[in-house]
Write a protein that binds this ligand. Sequence first.
Ligand SMILES: [Zn+2]
Length: 588
Amino acid sequence: MIRLFSLAAAILLTAWLWSLRAPGAPTHQVFWGGDILTMDGDEIAEAVYVRDGIIVAVGEKDAVFDAAPWNTHRVFLDGETLMPGLIEPHTHPLASALLGAATDISGTTHSSRDEIIASLQDAAGKRGLSPWLVAFGWDPAMIEGLVPPTRAELDAIAPDRPMIILTQMMHEAFVNSAALDAAGITADTADPDNGHFERDRDGNPTGRLIEISAIAQLMAAMPQAPDQAMALLLSLQYDRYARAGYTTIGAVGIVGRARDPLAVMRTVSTHSAPSINTLIYTAPEHYAHAQELWTGESDTALNGVKIWMDGSPFIGGAALAEPYQTSHFTETVLGLPADWRGTLNYSAEDANALVLQAQRAGYQIAIHAQGEPAIERALDAIEAAQMAAPNPRLHHRLEHLALITEAQITRATDLGVSLGFFIDHITSYGHILPDLVGQERTQRYMPVGDAVRSGAVVTLHGDHPATPVNALRVLTSSLQRQTRLSGEIIGPDQRITTERALQAMTLGAARQLGIDDQVGSIEIGKRADFTRLSGNPYQLSPDQISQLTIRSTWIAGRRIDTRRISLKNAGLAFDALWASLFAQDSPQ
Ligand SMILES: [Zn+2]
């Protein structure tokens, strides 16, 4: 009887696992029956023939059908639109995966300081999975009057449980006394490189942490989830990218907590079902370790290193040529000193040495640079490295570029440096820019139009978790440049067309990542990475574009399984459960 029961259970389990399998890809496929945006110029094709995941014919329907054998599997688009898979060149998958599980206190879901404090109190009252309370999204640029929380205020909310509040821009955090105690941070603790612990007059930490290195030092004290649980969270995050239409991402600077973040990414990338293609940029000091991990075949590869030349403008961290605007926002909310211009994280000497090291070794460097002096120092270092060790095939990249000048755009173009813009700054924070940098600089903030006109390789990114994973929002932001809160249009002459924006999000991003020989357009010989949309964005207004839906995402002719309960995720969940039950090195 028991044996019969076990047999039945085994059959049911097998059937269930079978139903979770990711669908395979037929050898021969033709996609037809809707507009096919090739990104090969502005050309629109009628059909595309894919063999073994590679594009072998594209163009008019009859010609493509003739090229394919009789037993070809036909994917009818039903009047919808197919385009090359979207590429997100600058995102933080691991941090996004983790913050998906944190208490949300963002400006998208809250409208006042009181509401945020209530959310924190609510979270503190519940027993979470983690012994620490982690909240994410503190955003004074989005919520008026959001003065920083004091250590005493946080102690009142969570007297015993360590609590950390991460700001939306991730360059600043606030912690309570329990968190400082757990991390052993006292008046005697030295500041880390490129960051600091704010202190009161007696030298005691106030609980405000400035810059990534200070936050990382505190978070090192947090108990860790098993790597297997991290792998599951990461896999779920990859599904979010796929649902948003992305087939490839650039993981630029591995920010996120895990014993070995790179090893966790390795686990997910080598799991059986195909996942998002990922190109990794590590901190310079982790590059050697990453090289050891990525020697074999996988959908994740190592592309280079990432450094931060300056910080976020919205906390006064961007290094500017002229002082920040004097306003209530900069003086009271941000607490910036008079005539503050921000600071650079690297001396010219150190920046030159880092870029030269990358140049000599033949790997790309991605440099976070927001203000003019940060961009200038990055360009100086790149130019010096190119002179010292010429390598015409190696193109470095600059990230975010809030206030890049026309002269700097020209210089970057001449140096073959690609320009990646964080365009959501306009949508989410455009309303606060006049108070932050004044009118003149507001109008030339994120000058994507100038960059496109210069002929540089231009890309657009969402920098998640700084913004939600939403490719259509990135697209419409660059078309409209309209602020979400005030409805104003910022720098109308910096708007670009749908064609140029989509090109930046496909072929431009492929060029930036150095993979345009494989993806980025629907051309013969490239991999069949596709995004299927409910309509053709070329024919729609920006408002209509934001209403489009992503129907499906394909990698090498194989439809990505984005169901939350897929075989892959079930397997990872099982591993995570197993590890947490039988962990040899149990969490501290
Ligand atoms: Zn970033």
